[in-house]
Design a protein around this ligand. Structure first.
Ligand code: NAD
Length: 484
């Protein structure tokens, strides 16, 4: 297995550094539980150094013509792609996700974000507002130093989805990865410097929520973008409010996937598998409430069980493996508790939910049938490979039930009726919707949540608005009148 121990824990002002007297944190390989890297939490002095470095770099960076900033980002995208094998292995070792996933979905998705925003930024212009002889023009200005805080399920993708629009818009960033998956963000920091970014423009500091909280409360933090759970979102949003910081919140979900009676069954089953078992179910936008029309329930359940039985669990570094271990035993225990609660509530466990013999934090993909709207299975985010199947009869009924949640991250539906598809999507309370597919998140498409699932959007042009502010300049061409 590749040695993934970094030179040091943090990347500040273009250098690896850490204070060995700070509390230690370790990274584990979820397949074996062995320690793969030892790091230290950032101290207050290191956090201070990151802000100082970021402020200095941001000034020179923001002064560059946008096309030059974009060139650096696009070069970084190329380097990410050249190193995709290495980065994917690091991500698999840190998260436990199968290499066949990380090779296509993690650093590659990050590269697309850098490429997209690197290309887009030179085309972003202001407005001119004619006012007779006078006029107003607008300039989109960077915010300053932005703080990014990541979750553990897509570490390098999350880092890139935040860094790419932030840096393109002329900001600096201090990024804190999840303490569970600290490794790949350091590689991104190295690559950005190699691509020509000024030292200090993108800094990585490690630690738990304590370090995240310290970053947000620093008066030099202009914005925080969090990817994490709703409870953490509440704390981060409150801390940001104290300093009136800009925020982006990418939080949890309990998204509906609606399969109408005319759905193409094999595609619907594929989508349900992707929406529940990809990345061992550890995806925020997963369609974990699968509403199946009564008429196709039996056919759907039959094919779902047959196809899930062919899932290959094992060493995630094995390219044949399709389901890896969960990220940690802690996460597995949380999910096992949800499965037990589901059984007690009277839902019918069709298959899965077992802890197989042998190494790794494995949990076999599980599906519950006969789930009702009030069960915790249908109301709470589980963040593991657990699908809940609910049946419905009527379009209005399923729309109301799909929307009866505090979350609003995503939603999907399968039907061959084009009018119904658009009619239903228009009524779904979710930031991202899919028709006849699920969980595709191209960088060209805005991504983010409604209701408790978040604030703001990542990806697409929309993300740039969240990393910049508008300055309006009134130009007077005449004389100035005054009362006296
Ligand atoms: P988490 O909320 O436990 O932690 C997220 C990050 O916040 C970590 O880096 C953590 O150290 C940090 N943090 C914790 N307390 C903090 C505080 N008080 N101040 C500042 N930072 C703090 O989430 P997780 O368990 O790492 O990830 C799983 C969650 O993330 C799920 O709810 C999932 O839905 C969500 N998620 C959302 C998206 C999205 O785009 N909407 C993507 C991936 C994951």
């Amino acid at each position: 297995m590749r040695d993934v121990q970094p030179k040091a824990s943090h990347f500040i002002s273009g250098q690896y550094t850490h204070d060995t007297s700070a509390p230690e944190m370790v990274s584990l390989y979820p397949f074996t539980g062995e320690v793969t890297a030892r790091l230290h939490e950032a101290t207050d002095a290191e956090i201070d150094a990151a802000f100082t470095a970021a402020a200095a770099a941001q000034k020179t960076w923001a002064a560059l013509p946008p096309v030059e900033r974009g060139r650096v980002l696009r070069r970084a995208a190329d380097i990410l792609r050249e190193r995709n094998q290495e980065l994917s292995e690091i991500e698999t070792i840190d998260t436990g996700k199968p290499i066949q996933e990380t090779l296509v979905a993690d650093a590659e998705s990050g590269a697309q974000a850098l490429e997209y925003f690197g290309g887009l930024i030179a085309a972003v212009t202001g407005e001119t507002v004619p006012l007779g002889e006078d006029f107003v023009y607008t300039i989109r200005e960077p915010l300053g130093t932005c703080v990014g805080i990541g979750a553990w399920n897509y570490p390098i993708q999350i880092a890139c989805w935040k860094a790419a629009p932030a840096l393109a818009a002329g900001n600096a960033m201090i990024f804190k990865p999840s303490e569970v998956t600290p490794l790949s963000a350091l590689k991104l920091a190295e690559i950005l410097v190699e691509a020509g970014a000024p030292e200090g423009l993108f800094n990585v500091v490690q630690g738990t929520g304590r370090v995240g909280a310290a970053l947000i409360s620093d008066p030099r933090c202009a914005k925080v973008s969090l990817t994490g759970s709703v409870p953490t979102g509440r704390k981060v949003y409150a801390a940001a409010a104290d300093g009136i910081r800009h925020v982006t919140m990418e939080l949890g979900g309990k998204s509906p996937l609606i399969l109408f009676e005319d759905a193409e069954i094999e595609n619907a089953v594929s989508a349900a598998i992707n929406a529940n078992f990809y990345s061992t179910g550890q995806i925020c936008s997963n369609g974990t409430r699968v509403f199946v029309h009564e008429d196709i329930h039996d056919a759907f359940v039959k094919r779902l069980a047959e196809r899930t039985a062919t899932a290959k669990l094992g060493d995630p570094l094995d390219p044949e493996v399709t389901v890896g271990p969960m990220v940690s035993d802690t996460q597995r225990q949380k999910v096992l508790a949800c499965i037990e609660a589901g059984k007690e509530a009277g839902a019918n466990l069709l298959f899965g939910g077992d802890v197989p013999e042998g190494p790794g934090y494995f949990l076999t993909p599980a599906a519950f049938d006969g789930v009702t709207d009030d069960m915790a299975l249908a109301t709470d985010e589980i963040f593991g490979p657990v699908m809940s199947i609910l049946t419905f009869r009527d379009e209005d009924e399923v729309i109301a039930r799909a929307n009866a949640t505090d979350f609003g991250l995503a939603a999907g539906l399968f039907t061959r009726d084009i009018k119904r598809a658009h009619r239903v999507v228009a009524q779904l309370e979710a930031g991202t919707c899919w028709i006849n597919t699920y969980n595709l998140t191209p960088v060209e498409s805005p991504f983010g949540g409604n209701k408790m699932s978040g604030v703001g959007r990542e990806n697409a042009r929309a993300a740039l608005d969240h990393y910049s502010q508008v300055k309006s300049v009134y130009v007077c061409m005449g004389d100035v009148e005054a009362a006296f």
